[in-house]
Design a protein around this ligand. Sequence first.
Ligand code: G
Ligand code: G
Ligand code: MN
Ligand code: NA
Length: 250
Amino acid sequence: RLLETDLRKALANREFELYFQPQVNVRANEIGGYETLLRWRHPERGTISPGDFIPVAEDIGLIAPLGDWVLEQACMVATGWPKHIKVAVNLSPVQFRNKTLVQSVSRALSRSGLAPERLELEITESVLLQDNELTVATLHQLRRMGVRIAMDDFGTGYSSLSYLRSFPFDKIKIDQSFVRELSSRADCLAIVRSIAGLGASLGMSTVAEGVETEDQFHQITAAGCTEVQGFYFGKPKPASELVHTLTANR
Ligand code: G
Ligand code: G
Ligand code: MN
Ligand code: NA
């Protein structure tokens, strides 16, 4: 496959770039962190979304070196931000199958000098589907290092609630599909409100993803989510374009 051949060369050719999207802390009314989102600037095809190349990278054994690069770069960039701002990095389930994940995270922290508490790792439910005991042990090891763990795309997989029981996550990220349908479906608001309440009782923060409008923002905060993320507060941007204060459309 063409993509595959190009992908193998992309890391050495420095074709990857990190974008960052703000996560706004509702109570403090300030940016509390950024989610790192990987982009591939293909020399001929232009920018390619991770949704299109991450699965290929997983197939051809490239996700480990690519993931390591993302971790280290993201930590490096974050050291230049105000100290209260965290950085979130998405992890592929395949990175959990490699025994070297803990080592990769600790290397990224030591090379960058970033305080572990400022790094948050986002995992999806599919991570917990595989080899559960080993995965949970790895998560505990990461937590002992001081790193935070977030459950991504919450509400989209199978038996989400049982996964909440398997590990004490720091954060729940409510999938954007719930936010998108807030205005058209009353049940979505009820679901978001319940997840926010669940998070509060479990001592986990809750982020609503995909907030695009003022209306959605008001509904989400009224529902009790502690953080919001979405185009309303900022699209993903390269590190050089970040402004750490809320200049959003409100
Ligand atoms: O930014 P965008 O919406 O195109 O991202 C699409 C998907 O790619 C999202 O599900 C996101 O979690 C995932 N993604 C973005 N960056 C990374 C990354 O660095 N590593 C992994 N494993 N997934 C990523
Ligand atoms: O799966 P994950 O949550 O990691 O992916 C986040 C993806 O959602 C990113 O690719 C990002 O570009 C996208 N995204 C972030 N905010 C919004 C938004 O407000 N609207 C839409 N449609 N997509 C968003
Ligand atoms: Mn994510
Ligand atoms: Na998500």
